[in-house]
Design a protein around this ligand. Structure first.
Ligand code: TEU
Length: 540
């Protein structure tokens, strides 16, 4: 059958349904709300939507703790609502990618309830159970990302079970082929419902070392990039050799891909957080065309918005991941919004928002945008009482958690709760966000929203940006300069991410400026002059 490569170079817009649009007046967003606002998403010119989890869940981790993979949580609506969303999205030319959180389930999932009921039941080894050490302590030194040991004692089985995240998110045992079969069945359920792809949550956490060996302490790699600060979270002080990224995963990913390939045009993007090993993991997961289509990494989710950092990350991937495809993102529902990470003052936030989309839309790879970044929203500054994220509540105040990027979308400045809901929203909407609402920026081409639309249209209009080659030029190391090239069409990009004016010697005399939305630096005598936070595009 015919397969298209629509996902190569695609722009994917992440919707966090709980905070997108409420239609029932309970203060939580829902699927009908997403459908209602599809016009806004389509107006951006993106190719696909990644929907964060909307499955049945006790919501201990905001839906990343699933208790039924084939049901919609009543908070978000019904399966019929989902079907309506998919068909309306498809009518608008938008693909739907859903979030599969299959490394772990909720402790309320019937599989876990059965598994924990005894040591001898049909699902007894569907999770990672282990006996205590002779002194009664946990089987090994593995840690949970959300704090404390990765092991929880169960009084009925008188054994420990493993969890990489909350104790209420027990880890599934992928070494058991029956677990794989059951999960692939749920994937098929959604394929049959017409979804176009899957974002695989924590895809490198599926398998653990069966011998349960202790992790060694971390000899910190100065080049490692992660948004987890080891000085805050002890998790970062361990080298996670044995609790994740095991070689057996390749076999499962092949089974997963074979299933997707029974259908036309489906895609997958695996979330890989593997510290200094991310490159190797991504290369392994995306090589050969028989595993994942794409991987999503954390490299650009840190505080560093410099030419050196971006050049280093992107060129490292180009070398290591030869036949795979990477998905870049500056923001998501787990990290501080990038305008707040990158801007040094409030005054430069709008400029940074416009520059950041120009940069990411010019990179080789697919890109994920996170709801609200098209408005230039900064991180919401929340009080402890407002927090809902268990990760933030645990590590406050050294880490304030992930609620600051999860506050509801501001749609209409003048409406109650900015048009998000008729009731008090589950997280407060900051006043400054209200002034940046969609209806304030809509129709103004110089707004961040207008700029996003123009920049994404620019990316669509230029073939080299879609899947063209990328070559860095480093005559001025302070500038991020590269050529994107496809079928003889060559575009030069020069970004000044510093606050000082910079000069760049253009390669050759025949560089014709191309209008890059929002930027218009001048050149004279083969020398390009850029202001601070400026960008240039030219045709070679
Ligand atoms: O996040 C996975 C994840 O591992 C990181 O966000 C984590 O904080 C750390 O950087 C890992 O090194 C995914 C989801 O995106 C997140 O919302 C969930 O809480 C988590 O999985 C558990 O399902």
């Amino acid at each position: 059958s015919k397969r298209s490569d629509w996902w190569r170079g695609a722009v994917i817009y992440q919707v966090y349904p709980r905070s997108f649009q409420d239609t029932t007046g309970d203060g939580y967003g829902d699927l009908k709300g997403v459908t209602k606002r599809l016009g806004h998403i389509a107006s951006l010119g993106v190719d696909a939507i990644w929907l964060s989890p909307f499955f049945k869940s006790p919501m201990a981790d905001m839906g990343y703790d699933v208790s039924d993979y084939c049901a919609v949580d009543p908070m978000f609506g019904t399966l019929e609502d989902f079907d309506a969303l998919v068909s309306e999205a498809h009518r608008l030319g938008l693909r739907i990618v859903i979030d599969q959180v299959i490394s772990h389930t909720s402790d309320q999932h019937p599989w876990f309830i059965e598994s924990r009921s005894s040591r001898k039941n049909p699902k007894a080894d569907w999770y990672v159970w282990a006996d205590p050490k002779p002194d009664g302590t946990a089987p090994n030194n593995w840690l949970s990302i959300f704090g404390g040991p990765a092991w929880e004692w169960d009084g009925v089985r008188r054994q420990y079970y493993m969890h990489n995240f909350l104790a209420s998110q027990p880890d599934l045992n992928f070494h058991n082929p029956k677990v794989q079969d059951a999960l692939l069945d749920t994937v098929r359920f959604w394929l049959d419902r017409g979804v176009d792809g899957f974002r695989l949550d924590t895809v490198n956490f599926y398998f653990h070392d069966e011998r349960l060996r202790d992790n060694p302490p971390l000899v910190r790699d100065p080049d490692a990039t992660s948004h987890d600060a080891p000085d805050v979270n002890p998790y970062g002080m361990q080298d996670h050799l044995f609790d994740k990224s095991q070689p057996e995963n390749l076999g499962f990913l092949k089974r997963f891909r074979a299933l997707l390939d029974e259908y036309d045009d489906r895609t997958s993007v695996g979330e890989v957080g593997d510290g200094a090993r991310s490159l190797k993991t991504v290369a392994a997961y995306t090589s050969g065309g028989d595993k994942l289509h794409m991987c999503y990494t954390f490299d650009l989710l840190g505080p560093d918005f410099t030419a050196t950092h971006i050049r280093k990350c992107v060129s490292a991937f180009q070398q290591a991941v030869t036949d795979g495809w990477v998905c870049w993102a500056f923001s998501n529902h787990d990290v501080m919004r990038h305008v707040s990470r990158f801007a040094k003052t409030e005054d430069e936030q709008e400029r940074v928002a416009k520059l950041a989309i120009a940069v990411i839309a010019s990179l080789r790879g697919s890109i994920c945008l996170y709801q609200g970044e098209e408005l230039g929203l900064p991180e919401a500054d929340l009080a402890f009482e407002d927090l809902r994220d268990p990760y933030g509540i645990r590590f406050w105040p050294s880490f304030k958690g992930r609620d600051g990027c999860r506050t509801p979308m501001p749609w209409e400045k003048g409406e109650a709760h900015a048009g998000f809901s008729s009731a008090k929203p589950w997280l407060p909407i900051p006043d400054e966000h209200r002034h940046m609402a969609v209806n304030v920026q809509d129709g103004r081409t110089d707004s961040v929203l207008g700029h996003y639309r123009a920049m994404l249209a620019f990316r669509k209009a230029h073939g080299p940006l879609h899947d063209g080659e990328m070559t860095f030029l480093d005559s001025n190391r302070d500038l991020l300069a590269f050529i994107r090239e496809k079928d003889g069409e060559k575009l030069l990009f020069v970004f000044n991410l510093t606050r000082e004016p910079q000069e760049f010697r253009l390669p050759g005399t025949d560089v014709r400026p191309v209008d890059l939305p929002g930027f218009s630096p001048r050149s004279a005598g083969g020398i390009l002059g850029l202001e601070g936070l400026d960008a240039f595009c030219g045709r070679l």
